[in-house]
Ligand binder design. Sequence first.
Ligand code: F6P
Length: 323
Amino acid sequence: INTIGVLTSGGDAPGMNAAIRAVVRMGLAKGKRVMGIRKGYNGLINEDIIDMNARSVSDIIQRGGTILYTARCQDFFTIEGQTKGANICRKYGIDGLVIIGGDGSFKGAAALSELGINTIGVPGTIDLDINCTDYTIGFDTAVNTAMEAIDKIRDTSTSHERCSVVEVMGRHAGYIALWCGICNGSEDVLLPEKGKISTKQIINNIIANRKKGKKHHLIIVAEGVGGTEKLAREIEEKTGIETRATILGHLQRGGSPSAVDRMHASMMGAYAVDLLCEGKSNRVVAYKDGKYVDFDIEEGRNMIKVIDDRKFQVSQILDKYTL
Ligand code: F6P
C-alpha cells in the first residue's frame, strides 16, 4: 500500500474525527501518503479528495461530527457508481481505503474490494447496530447525551406530576433505548426487538404506579417502535394524567465524544491502517469480548447480534417495583 484514503459515510457519530485522526497519523507514521475523501462515497464519485498531513487532523479529537463531512450515497449501490469509485481511487493512486460508517457503508467497501481496491471498514454509528462488533464509535456519547436530556425531562415531569414519553434514536435497533431505560430509571422501555407492548398494559402500569405514590411516569420509546405522539395522547385521554411527548432527535448525534468513544475510535482507526499495511482487504474492524479483531465484511454482516436479554429483564424489574 502506498496511499491510504479515508472517508466517513452514513450518519455521523461522535468520535469519527478521532478515528480520522488515527488513520491519518498512523498512516503517516508508517510512511504512507494519506488522502481524505469528503462527503462519503458521493465525494469519491465527484473527486472531492484532499491531501492530508499530521496538521490536517490537529485539534479535532474533541470535536463532534466529521471534518470530512458525510453523506448517504444511493449511486454507490449501483455497479456503475462502484466502478467509477474504484477508477477514481486508481486515478489518485489510492490503493487502500478506510471507510468509517455503518453497515450500509460496508456494502460499498466490499464492492470496492471486489474491484481491486483494498478496503477496511471501521464501525461508526450511534445505533450500535453492526452485528459483528460489541462496540460502534459514537454509541457511548449518544447514550450519555440522551440520558442527560432525559434527566432534565424527568425534573419537569416530576414537578408537574406528569407522564413523559421520550423517543430516542437507534433506527431499527433498541440499544440506545435499553441503556436509557436502565440509566434513566424509566418506568417502561419499548424496544423493536421485544415486539409491541399493548397500550392497555402501559396504562395499567401508570395507574398502578400512581397508586404507589409515584410522581411521574417516564416511558422511553425506541425510534424503531415509533408512535410516540400517539401513545402520549392515548395515555392522557385514558388516564387523565397530563402527558407530554418528546422526540430527542439529532441532538443525540452531536457533541464532543466521550473518552470511551475517543479511545475506541483511536484504536480502531490505527488497527485499520495496520490491516491495510499487512495487505488485507474486505475486512471490518470489530471490538469483541474486550479485544480488537477483524472479520471478512460479508461474514461480519451476516453475523447475528441479539439485544441483551438480561439487561431488558433487569430494566423491567427495576422499573416496575417501587420499594
Ligand atoms: O444511524 C444513525 C441515525 O441517527 C439513526 O439513529 C436514525 O434513524 C438516522 O440516523 C437518522 O438519519 P438522518 O440524519 O438521515 O435523518
